[in-house]
Design a protein around this ligand. Structure first.
Ligand code: F6R
Length: 606
């Protein structure tokens, strides 16, 4: 999604802005631009495509000035063209924006009534034109920007720069995150702390409805009621050296390989020496919880679906799982005793955040499972459970998924203990299994070459099906999502028992069918469904353990051996082949693995 940076500095702003935008690249974008104020005059450069195009443009048409704003745009209103790229400019105002201005059509009509001309298809241009309109009526830049902000509905983070003002930047937040970075005689703004990490580690986050008037030496923040407020400045630890590929070809490969280490960290934070599960802060008591509602998007939604099997089987609590974009408009009744759990890597996904706000005040408790502890979702929860995956840059979520699953599994154990349905001996065996997880994941990574060979075969397919039964069904869904998002191969997943109710019509000798089936209690059932596929010449790729393969691999097109693992933890392990098959297929096809087309990392619009 769009990324914003801003600087009021003591050095040339353009290279600082471009470097900061590079650190936001992971969010996904299709054009980029910067504007600076040089000797009191606003100027801008914009380019379609990757940041390298903007850098090339700046070589031929440099932009000087020590104050500036920059933007990576993920197109919503209007195609990714230079004209639609940010910063948008109207007279003496330049604006960058993340989010959507929902009432931009009404505002456009109103401005058109005043004879104002529009040159772009974007909602953002309206903000620049409205501010310019108020300035033309005599308002100073601060008053004009505040007046314009008071007219906007929707979700946004905005930064403004003005002609004739090289020591002034205005930043505002309503719905999309925005951080202010404090330097020495310099100030910065950014969509997240990662963008600002080499510039400063002193960060404050604007709250909903805040507007900040920033100079090199001062920040005045007003809240939605117009009262001057203080927002705490925190020292953030982001090691910018960790935001590189560490010798890997892609961030995704690095993040897959990091899983044994980050899972170990997550375990360390929740497991005590006493074999009990320890939640951070005030924690959660499941004794009074009667049901759970879990809400998330994409991969995080599949983590919730997996956790549903665990919560119901191990902790005996009924669980309802919903995609956030549906949940928020369904207006579900929330009864007393409901725990609402929101799962989000970024902690900023607009639909998940809106669903959380819908539940606030209705549910007994709001808990979140997040990777970014400073995120909006974490801050608005009663209990935020960090997953300790570290910064995830690849658009396709990998290590965050396995860390989400691991933390959710520990939450299930805690719930089962609180409800008195898990004895100490069984808890201890689950905990021992968890402690062994990092080394089992390491063994799975040793299958990398086998997965690459299978992926090479997959790379020429047009359609791929994934099958799984029970707790492996969400993994099949995750495998299909991973494959389609980075290799652009059409992939669908089905509960294996559901295949014969329709989708089996798709099976022929052209269609690879990936079956995820550890040798568990449901193995024989899944193998029967696999036989149905092979009887119709489907090309089966069986992913199982040594026992499963020895019993059922005859006649399959390809097989991948996973290490043995206690049944309950199999979904965490089988995420690895899902990720590696997608990764190697994408590499074989030559797609942009870390920034696949049309996708954004942090989805801050609905
Ligand atoms: C897929 C992927 C997405 C995200 C989804 C939710 O690989 O990464 O499906 O899982 O956009 O994002 P978060 O977890 O940040 O709420």
């Amino acid at each position: 999604m769009c990324g914003i940076v801003g600087v009021l500095g003591n050095h040339e702003a353009a290279p600082i802005l471009v470097e900061a935008l590079k650190r936001l690249e992971y969010r996904g974008y299709d054009s980029a631009g910067i504007a600076t104020v040089n000797n009191g005059t606003l100027d801008r450069r914009r380019a379609v495509g990757k940041l390298v195009n903007l850098s090339d443009l700046l070589v031929h048409e440099p932009l000087t000035g020590k104050s500036g704003i920059g933007h990576t745009r993920w197109a919503t209103h209007g195609a990714p063209t230079v004209t639609n790229a940010h910063p948008h400019r109207a007279g003496g105002v330049a604006v960058v924006h993340n989010g959507i201005i929902e009432n931009f059509r009404e505002l456009r009509e109103e401005l058109a009534g005043h004879g104002v001309q529009f040159v772009t298809e974007t909602d953002t241009e309206t903000v620049a034109l409205l501010t310019q309109h108020y300035m033309a009526q005599g308002a100073d830049p601060v008053a004009a920007a505040k007046q314009a902000l008071s007219r906007l509905t929707g979700a946004f983070a905005l930064a403004f720069l003005f002609d004739g003002e090289d020591d002034l930047m205005i930043a505002a937040r309503k719905g999309s995150p925005l951080a202010i970075g404090y330097g020495t005689g310099e100030m910065f703004v950014g969509s997240d702390a990662i963008a600002l990490s080499p510039l400063t580690d002193r960060i404050s986050y604007l709250e909903e409805g805040d507007t900040a008037v920033i100079t090199r030496t001062s920040v005045e923040i007003t809240d939605s009621a117009g009262a001057v407020v203080e927002r705490p400045i925190k020292t953030i630890q982001i090691d910018s050296t960790r935001i590189d590929k560490g010798g890997h070809k892609h961030f995704m490969a690095k993040e897959i390989a990091e899983q044994p280490g980050v899972l170990g960290q997550a375990l360390q934070h929740y497991l005590g020496t006493d074999s009990e599960i320890h939640l951070p802060g005030a924690g959660l008591d499941f004794a009074g919880i009667e049901r759970i509602t879990m809400v998330a998007c994409g991969t995080a939604f599949y983590a919730c679906l997996t956790a549903k099997y665990w919560f119901e089987q191990i902790a005996r609590i009924p669980v309802e799982v919903d995609v956030a974009s549906e949940y928020r408009y369904r207006e579900p009744p929330i009864t007393k005793g409901t725990l609402a759990i929101f799962v989000s890597q970024s902690g900023e996904t607009a639909d998940t955040l809106a669903a959380l706000r819908y539940c606030a005040g209705k549910a007994e408790k709001i808990a979140s499972v997040v990777n970014v502890p400073e995120s909006s979702i974490a801050r608005e929860s009663d209990v935020a459970l960090p997953i300790y995956a570290g910064v995830e840059v690849g658009v396709a979520s990998t290590k965050a998924f396995t860390c989400q699953l691991t933390v959710l599994f520990m939450l299930v154990l805690k719930a089962a203990r609180d409800r008195g349905v898990l004895d100490a001996g069984t808890l201890d065996s689950h905990v021992q299994a968890l402690r062994g997880l990092p080394s089992i994941i390491n063994q799975a990574l040793e299958q990398n070459a086998a997965m690459r060979d299978t992926a090479y075969k997959l790379s020429t397919a047009r359609d791929v099906l994934f099958l799984g039964r029970g707790q492996m069904y969400p993994l099949a869904l995750e495998g299909a999502l991973k494959l389609k998002e980075i290799s652009y191969i059409h992939a669908e997943a089905y509960a294996s028992g559901e295949l014969k109710h329709g989708p089996i019509a798709l099976v022929d000798e052209e269609v690879p069918v990936i079956v995820m089936a550890p040798r568990d209690a449901l193995f024989d059932k899944t193998v029967s469904n696999m036989q149905e596929v092979m009887a119709r010449k489907g090309k089966v790729i069986l992913i199982s353990d040594a026992r499963g393969l020895s019993e059922a691999s005859q006649g399959v097109w390809s097989s991948i051996e996973m290490p043995e693992i206690p049944d309950a933890l199999a979904p965490i392990l089988y995420a690895l082949p899902a990720q590696l098959l997608a990764y190697h297929t994408a590499v074989a096809k030559g797609t942009d693995v870390d920034q696949p087309r049309n996708l954004a990392k942090s989805v801050t619009v609905e």
